[in-house]
Design a binder for this molecule. Sequence first.
Ligand SMILES: NC(=O)c1ccc[n+]([C@@H]2O[C@H](COP(=O)([O-])OP(=O)(O)OC[C@H]3O[C@@H](n4cnc5c(N)ncnc54)[C@H](OP(=O)(O)O)[C@@H]3O)[C@@H](O)[C@H]2O)c1
Length: 314
Amino acid sequence: MQVIKVSRFGDPDVLQVGEADLPRPRSGEVLVRVLAAGVGPWDASLRRGGYTGSLPYVPGGEFAGVVEGDTGDEGGLHDGAEVYGYPGLTGCYAQYVTCPVEQLAPIPAGLPMVDAAAAPIDLLTAEQGLTDVLGIGAGDRVLITAGAGGLGHFAVQVARILGASVVATASPQHHEFLHRLGAVEVVDHTKPGWPDQVRELTDGGAEHVLACAAPTFGGAARAARDGALIATPVQGDYPGGERVRWQHYNGQPRGSRLIRMAPYFDDGSLTVTVQARYWWYDAPEAHRVAEEGHTEGKLVLIVDEDLAATDETS
Ligand SMILES: NC(=O)c1ccc[n+]([C@@H]2O[C@H](COP(=O)([O-])OP(=O)(O)OC[C@H]3O[C@@H](n4cnc5c(N)ncnc54)[C@H](OP(=O)(O)O)[C@@H]3O)[C@@H](O)[C@H]2O)c1
């Protein structure tokens, strides 16, 4: 099969089209023919040298595709069933990938194939942070920093679905986008005084915070009220620890949680914004854009020729 490979660490041009053996599903795994793969900043950090396994490796941690043959039978997934998932941090920039059955889910009717490829990692991570870590419920108010990126744009929508009112931060070009997704207030995080603005909007400081980008950490701590909980899946230095509580967590790859969110895709209350889609041989260009760090929503690689042909925007 064809894959995109990284044989040495470096800039985006180290992403090269190559050949690899078809992966063999182990017990409990499904073989998936990949139609599209999501791209995130984690793909770029691994490519730059963060990957700790042996080279070469195939990047890509999330996919949308179809079940191949009888490999999904045990999980009740027939040949050709449309699925999306998060098998791990690598392997999805490929024509085929294996995925543990509990780390994928059927694609909801209301979710287009290309959009599905961009959902698993950031959606699961956003939902877990808001529910398991922050315990957000109806009537809560939550500050979501860096709300317009892959992680943030899901977090804004999921918080709204949970019944919370959302104050989000973003660069000015994304403000209208965040209002459309349901943020009640949007604050410009390029202005040094943004934490004070959040404190005013939240009657003295946000009680619950999901911090979606490291450059917002200082501001998140200042915008939070005394004793507030700040959840983040991003590694870094967490300031203001004498006054606020930080909790780092990693998004878990759970198909069951994707299944739980299917009704929201179906009724249109949850959508995926794909800023740009690329033919997968153009992965270097997708990585260059991802590394700029100002994507509105997500980036997707189209792996399947038929999908590329029917997807007029690619
Ligand atoms: N541990 C896990 O399980 C896990 C899972 C998913 C994601 N993550 C991490 O979460 C982070 C966000 O992921 P993502 O997919 O949302 O990335 P992304 O789509 O590239 O978004 C990056 C965000 O950072 C903001 N940003 C960039 N430079 C900024 C600056 N100088 N000041 C303030 N904000 C700035 C951008 O906001 P504007 O464009 O509006 O400025 C944008 O919202 C990444 O570090 C990723 O690795 C971790």
